[in-house]
Design a protein around this ligand. Structure first.
Ligand code: TYD
Length: 144
């Protein structure tokens, strides 16, 4: 397992990325482009929806996958954790994404009714890329 991203991860790198948005009288269009607005090549897109009230998602970190999380509809919070510090970020705009570099533990909660969480990922789905046990995460980030 490549543990370097966990040793180096820093919640200060979990920044908001503003998408280029084209506004017209007949609506808006927001764009995320590989290696331009997104600091990585997007290889996978998935989204969370039909989220029951009070549900919590995430609860893991990734070994190599970088992600951008966007509140396509409604709002929710993302709690990011680098093993040393945590912060809570509220997402409620479809033209802004939160960058989650590899090695960051994330938990998503506080979903508003009807919210949709779009995720752009740098890698295809691979279960071996997940760290799902918080004690394992703490071990991987212990050197900070
Ligand atoms: P998981 O990433 O744990 O969801 P979340 O972080 O949103 O709570 O994934 C939930 C389930 O879906 C898990 O069994 C793996 C599966 N899954 C895929 O098959 N492909 C994917 O691209 C993703 C993200 C998850």
């Amino acid at each position: 397992m490549n543990c370097n991203n966990h040793r180096l991860s820093n919640i200060d790198e979990c920044r908001i990325i503003e998408m280029r948005t084209v506004s017209h009288a007949n609506g808006k269009l927001s764009v995320m482009e590989n290696l331009a607005t997104a600091p990585f090549s997007i290889r996978r897109v998935y989204y969370l929806y039909d989220l029951p009230a009070g549900t919590e998602r995430g609860g893991h970190s990734h070994v190599v996958t970088h992600e951008i999380v966007i509140a396509l509809n409604g709002s929710f919070d993302v709690v990011v954790d680098d093993g040393k510090r945590t912060k809570r970020v509220t997402l409620n705009r479809p033209d802004c994404g939160l960058l989650l570099p590899a090695g960051i533990w994330r938990t998503l909660d506080n979903f508003s009714s009807g919210s949709i969480c779009l995720v752009l990922a740098s890698e295809k789905y691979e279960e071996s890329d997940y760290v799902r046990d918080y004690e394992d995460f703490k071990r991987l980030t212990a050197d900070k």
